[in-house]
Design a protein. Structure first.
Length: 556
């Protein structure tokens, strides 16, 4: 762990409270929180959604929506300067320079109209006065530091042209541009696969050691805390329930809530489906190649092979897990199977060839093929109520009958996913991340589909909520005999849900087969590296030695 400096604290938080609204409708989000953060120290703020972690972090830079949010009391001193109530010029001089922040959802934090070069360079120009070639060189250096592949070719890329993990790397590069004294990292590795997650954590530690930077690391994943933190603050309902050194809190937690967090993880076994179950979705040699245009007068480059010759079959009641690093083609494969993007190769849905069908012929089949996206906040319209969101598909497909009958069907869908049907007149921003993902699943279930693509549906959720979501998906699969394509970089979740596993790398299948066999004895180095990064399994010179406590024993 990082050696602590014995001078005065870089950050001092004393009796900090944050409320939203005024009496009698006041909601206390943070209640008398106190801690010190030293130079070079990493402190983890841990807790479930709604515990007050992010509100505490945003208070440091005064980024809350004032005056709706306000401080009933407390003090935040950064480098000896009071931040609560500081003037706008003072805050501007600190934000992005002395203190930088990496937000959880990069797609909503990056400007969709600006290239990544411009967005990273903006902070360098404002705080360091860098322009032209000097600014570009520094941007390239930062992108290389965070491991963005082909950084020079991607300088002009817009955020939507990058994968989720690549966008998060750009966010980290932006935050580190001016070598801040304090980096506030709000779930910075949530969207990253396990191998890249390990690289980013190592990068943060290396940069911290180089610059003596303090890190306030917000996370719900205690396996990450073990790797990066010196001290841990556990928050629940806006209060700090435990504050200990990392080894102490992981080996001998005192508070029952901390003990519950450590015990929470996806568990159980995949649904045992019949081996002769009917085929629902299948493809053979599927390809999705994107043109790689260099310029009007430049020779054409080789196409980008996002999916290159993938073959798989998904049967009724089965879950096929697709794993791989960011950019490996997982999401592209799911979209191609649903005919949301152009592809080459046969696709069969319930025995019917759909790869040549036009949009009009596909429409009746759409209700039976659904998708749940990674980011529920981005995939749910903020202008529609929950009821309108779930009802939209029913209206499009002419289902449900009268408005009253549709409202009853919406209530049934919400009840199935564990939500109060009376909440259908509320809006997405009024729900937690786990509740929003349940709404997205209810939207898919309302149409009574046969096949659902689950694109990272648990990656942004707390560990306890992940476990609940896995149990919910398993229960729904048994009840409705659903076929799932489960896309994820979280192998712990995949192990609990998938009975078949497909490992992708650079658009190609590296390894495929029964999930239990692949977890117990993977044959390819890439698969072993993924599992090793996820479960901290020892791998020595090709010898596969699963840890006893993970129940990943080799099969004979």
């Amino acid at each position: 762990m990082t050696e602590k400096v014995t001078n005065s604290p870089l950050l001092q938080v004393r009796d900090l409270s944050v409320s939203f609204g005024r009496p009698p409708r006041e909601v206390r989000a943070v209640d008398r929180v106190s801690f010190d953060l030293m130079r070079g120290e990493t402190m983890a703020l841990v807790g479930e959604s709604g515990s007050g972690k992010t509100v505490t972090a945003l208070s440091i830079l005064q980024l809350l929506p004032y005056p709706v949010a306000w401080h009933p009391g407390g003090s935040i001193r950064l480098l000896g300067r009071e931040m609560v109530g500081a003037s706008e010029p003072v805050l501007r001089s600190v934000r992005g320079d002395r203190v930088a922040m990496v937000f959880q959802e990069p797609m909503t934090s990056l400007n969709p109209l600006h290239s990544i070069e411009r967005q990273i360079g903006e902070g360098l120009e404002i705080h360091r006065g860098l322009r032209g070639s000097k600014c570009r060189d520094r941007v390239l250096e930062l992108l290389d530091l965070v491991g963005l592949p082909a950084a020079k070719e991607r300088l002009g890329a817009l955020p939507h042209e990058l994968s989720g993990g690549q966008r998060q790397r750009v966010m980290i590069a932006m935050a580190l541009a001016n070598e801040p004294d304090l980096l506030v990292a709000d779930e910075p590795t949530t969207a990253l696969d396990v191998t890249i997650q390990a690289q980013i954590l190592k990068l943060l530690k290396d940069l911290q050691a180089r610059f003596g930077m303090a890190v306030l690391f917000i996370t719900h994943d205690l396996s990450i805390v073990r790797k990066i933190a010196d001290t841990v603050c556990v928050m629940k309902d806006g209060q700090m329930v435990e504050h200990q050194a990392v080894n102490r809190i992981l080996t001998a937690p005192e508070h029952p809530y901390t003990q519950a967090l450590l015990a929470a993880q996806p568990h159980g076994e995949p649904v045992p489906a019949a081996p002769d179950a009917p085929e629902v979705m299948a493809t053979n040699g599927l390809k999705v190649w994107f043109p790689n245009r260099r310029g009007l007068f430049q020779p054409a480059a080789a196409p980008i092979k996002a999916v290159d010759g993938v073959t798989l079959t998904i049967r009724e009641g089965h879950t096929v897990g697709v794993v791989g690093e960011s950019g490996s083609g997982k999401t592209t494969l799911g979209k191609a199977l649903l005919r949301l993007i152009a592809s080459d190769g046969p696709i069969r849905f319930q025995g019917c060839a759909i790869d040549r069908l036009g949009s009009r012929a596909l429409r009746p089949l759409r209700r039976e093929m659904q998708i749940v996206f990674q980011d529920p906040y981005g995939s749910l319209s903020p202008r529609l109520s929950v009821g309108q969101i779930v009802e939209e598909g029913l209206v499009v497909h002419g289902l449900g009958g009268s408005p009253e009958a549709r409202r009853l069907r919406i209530a049934q869908a919400l009840t199935e996913v564990g939500l109060d049907p009376e909440t259908q007149d509320r809006y997405p921003h009024e729900f937690s991340g786990g509740q929003r993902q349940r709404i997205a699943i209810a939207r898919a279930l309302a149409l009574k589909p046969r096949f659902i693509v689950l694109d990272e549906p648990t990656s942004a959720l707390d560990v306890s909520v992940q476990a609940q979501m896995v149990d919910l998906l398993r229960e729904l699969q048994i009840r409705h005999k659903l076929a799932y394509l489960f896309i994820s970089h979280d192998l712990r979740v995949v192990r609990a849900l998938a009975d078949e596993l497909v490992v992708l790398k650079d658009g190609r299948v590296v390894e495929a087969g029964p999930a239990a066999a692949l977890f117990a004895r993977p044959s390819q180095p890439y698969t072993r590296a993924l599992i090793s990064a996820a479960f901290a399994i020892e791998v020595d010179e090709g010898t596969w030695r699963p840890r006893e406590d993970l129940n990943l024993r080799p099969t004979v």
